[in-house]
Design a protein. Sequence first.
Length: 482
Amino acid sequence: MSVGLRHLMVLALPAALGSTWLACKAPEPDSAPPPQQVFDGSGCSDEPALGFPYKPGCCDYSVDTPAVAARGFDSAALGSTPTTDHVHVSWAGPTDSTFVVNWRSDTGTEATQLLYATSEPEVTAADGPGGDVHRVTGHHQLYASLIDGKNETRVHEVHVCGLQAGTTYYYKVGGPSRWSDVFDVTTGPVPGSTESFKFAVLGDSRDGEVVHAQLQEAINAHDVAFELFTGDAVAAGPLQVNWNSWFEATSGDFALQDLMARKPIFIANGNHENLALGLFTQFAVPQQLSEGEGAQGEEWYTFDYGNARFVVMNDTPVANAESQAQHAWLDATLGAVDRAQQPWLFVMHHRSLYSCGGAHSSDLELRAIRQLIIDAHEVDMVWSGHDHLYERSKPIRGLAGSDGLIATELGPNNTPVKQSGTLYVVTGGAGAPLYGADDNCDHTHLTESTDHYGMVEIDNRTLRFAAYRLDGTTLDEFEITK
């Protein structure tokens, strides 16, 4: 299903943008793709894609795009000055055997290829497949900003499947003689593995690119496996210029691409993205289309990494947040987990169920719907943004009216004991203007108005968490053992 005009933003935009909304041009016929070439040594091969949706070679899932001005598959077409930038990686399939890369080019380039191998020198030297270097092709999309019709942009997407778990692969993207730099990406462990791993969590950068880049530079030093972002990456999702600034943020010698091209990122839809075209054209996530969902199945989805399940939910527009279909899906997704194999459950969305201060405070309507499911499945932590501050709740289990009930068993530093309650963490300090913090709520353990990021380490049945301020000092930390 494609993203249509129902996904136009409802947030207040700068007056300079005016009040005229421009839709994309009518989609052109899909260009005919060349044969899908996959040289991965596994013996897998697929028929060429004939249109959208399509199944990438060696992958066990299908891929679609939103409604854009034009879309197609790898071709020999190159612009007069071919460029490759905004390279970033994610997972749209199993984290232990796949990865997907997105990038931007000049608008005239349709070459959409990726070379990869486990040897960096071989990938660096290659201009095509051969030896241990494999080639995969993908699709490209052409679109412009929905608000003003400006910033026509061509983005590319290639899915790589049939890989080995826990393996580092080197890759570059573009086309013959027009390749990007070489980057590395590592597949996750096999599902249920007790191997330790780290991930980062932060959100609400909006137009604070400098602070955001500084925080990402700090995250880069932690060797995380991936990153969760709680939404509002940009100030206005339909404006491509905002996304360009986000991708091109720097801190000294560090550029955002230095991290994003190596570590997968998952961004929750916030009210400033509001299901904008730029979110779904530029970022690939699992397309798990379910009843009531648009956006090719990317409004809400789940992925597994090691012995943890991660669920990303949507809460904007409000009608989507309150949809019965979304919450029936959440209930089924959490209920399908074997807690013996995956003891850790995490949920991420944008609006906060528990926030004492800030400009928005707690979303009581969403709490009344979503917490019932979170409680039933004993979710460990829920990540959100929206309020531009840091806040951690005490463990919460149950509701009395609209008020959350503090867990009856509390461990050191207000942590849960044997899954006695869920911790709700607001992490909305990644560069957006900070809001005032308020700890005058029964549910609040700690809150502070400061730029920050969170770091989570999972080591079998032990979780270690720390939140760090922009200056590197520790804001909060705790440990949970099951």
